[in-house]
Design a protein. Structure first.
Length: 247
């Protein structure tokens, strides 16, 4: 049976929300909220954190989590995971983002099931329900092939309704499902190593979406659809939403 592990890529600096993983929410850094959530939701899968700074490793180790110090030069989380997996040596790797404090066990297990199939990479998406989110460039969109594989990822809203233009509303989204990409991935080890040797793609550099490097180089990404609620913490406002969710 293939060896599987969860590796969480962690970068200290963040453009939109400086040092967000250390941002305190109810007295605990965001990173620890995520670590404790993963450990509670998927205790059967070994968990590691690939960090680029000892400031991130310190609270993890103090709470009993395993961290691997990786290069500060990596351009993407996938590059960071590839380095960490040379130590972990898992056959299948699940990538949970360090700013996804509501990741569910069902989502993690869906990724594990998808990556056990023929595709070398898997990810998840969820239907948009609000038009304001569909227009938000911080919420990445994905369009799918009929077989569930990704056609393209973008920060722009897509698909674009030629007939309705800018007049689409929440009701249109209900009738025409459009999908928000979630920052959760799974990889076979061979693809991870191949990814690390590829230069950043042109589309990847424009959109700042690392998964486009995989598509640009001819690899498939299979997508699972989940309805579990998520709050990706990309901005200080998102951190407030999560704190409000905690009650």
């Amino acid at each position: 049976m293939p060896k599987i592990a969860i590796i969480v890529p962690c970068r200290l600096e963040s453009t939109r929300f400086p040092r967000k993983l250390l941002h305190s929410i109810k007295g605990k850094p965001l990173l620890l909220w995520v670590a404790e959530r993963i450990a509670a939701e998927a205790p059967e899968i070994p968990l590691y954190f690939a960090v680029d700074d000892k400031l991130l490793a310190a609270p993890l180790r103090a709470s009993g989590f395993k961290s691997i110090l990786t290069s500060v030069q990596h351009q993407s989380g996938t590059d960071r995971i590839a380095e960490a997996n040379r130590m972990v040596q898992a056959d299948h790797v699940i990538n949970v983002q360090a700013d996804e404090p509501l990741v569910s066990g069902a989502q993690i297990r869906m990724l594990a099931q998808l990556i056990a199939g023929p595709s070398a990479m898997a990810t998840l998406c969820t239907p948009f329900t609000r038009i304001v989110d569909f227009y938000n460039p911080n919420q990445v969109k994905v369009v799918l092939r009929a077989d569930g594989r990704a056609l393209y990822f973008s920060r722009s809203r897509m698909p674009f309704s030629r007939d309705l233009g800018l007049t689409i509303d929440d009701a249109w989204l209900q009738a025409n499902p459009c999908f928000r990409h979630l920052g959760l991935y799974a990889y076979k080890a061979g693809l991870l190593e191949a990814f690390a040797t590829l230069p950043p793609g042109k589309l990847e550099q424009i959109e700042k979406l690392e998964q486009l490097r995989v598509l640009e180089n001819g690899h498939d990404i299979v997508c699972g659809i989940t309805s579990d609620p998520t709050i990706g913490v990309d901005t200080p406002e998102d951190a407030v939403k999560f704190e409000q969710w905690l009650g």
